[in-house]
Design a protein around this ligand. Structure first.
Ligand SMILES: C[S@@+](CC[C@H](N)C(=O)[O-])C[C@H]1O[C@@H](n2cnc3c(N)ncnc32)[C@H](O)[C@@H]1O
Length: 203
């Protein structure tokens, strides 16, 4: 097993993932929520690819549902945030929304799109579109390739666990097939290491 594979194994455990996020992330959750998500107390939120649901440490009181394909992450979320939300172990698929379509104020996909091939990414946008009420918003957040990027940022993106890191134009093109309004913002300042994020607000 090479060093990248070993690192990937560490990140797949909820504790390893949280430790790494804290080390490189600093105040990233607070900044991302304040600048881009702007959650309002009481909102109904669908977190697609929620991981261990760490965002719950930073959200105001809300009606939260998280879905993730990893049984380990969902078990960790259920244990740590019992009573704070509903956590479902499932892949991205329309079955999730059968009971409450059009009822969510906010959908989150934080660090998820770059794990998904184009077909599954389209399913994510379709799911979010179906889940959101009219006027609701989807906020995505992913690593992004840009021209003249720092070599460190590019190396990190090239070696990410997610094998579908894209350019700004590629992310926006995918989102635009399901959402009329897509605003995208590049950020170079969210982590403690050189890195580029693309955040999209889709409505
Ligand atoms: C980088 S983690 C982000 C986790 C969380 N959103 C956060 O910000 O801490 C990406 C997550 O997407 C999940 N994921 C990847 N493919 C998925 C799929 N097809 N359906 C549901 N979740 C998926 C992974 O299990 C992982 O938890």
């Amino acid at each position: 097993m090479n060093i990248i594979d070993k690192f990937s194994t560490i990140l797949s455990s909820p504790a390893g993932y949280r430790l790494f996020s804290r080390l490189v992330g600093g105040n990233v959750w607070q900044t991302h929520l304040a600048d881009h998500v702007q959650p309002v107390a009481g909102e109904k939120i669908l977190d697609i690819g929620c991981g261990p649901a760490d965002v719950l440490n930073y959200l105001p009181a809300c009606d939260y549902s998280g879905i993730d394909i990893s049984p380990e992450y969902i078990a960790s979320a259920q244990k740590r945030f019992a009573g704070r939300g509903r956590f479902h172990c499932q892949g991205i698929g329309l079955a999730t929304m059968e009971q409450a379509p059009g009822s969510f104020d906010l959908a989150l996909a934080t660090g998820v799109l770059h794990h998904l091939d184009d077909k599954t990414a389209d399913e994510l946008f379709k799911l979010a579109r179906l889940a959101l009420r009219p006027g609701g918003r989807l906020i995505t957040y992913d690593g992004c390739y840009v021209p003249n990027q720092s070599k460190i940022a590019r190396w990190l993106l090239d070696h990410d666990r997610g094998k579908h890191v894209r350019t700004q134009a590629e992310y926006v093109r995918l989102a635009s097939t399901r959402f009329h309004k897509v605003e995208s913002h590049l950020r170079h300042d969210l982590l403690r290491v050189p890195y580029t994020h693309l955040i999209m607000r889709c409505g």
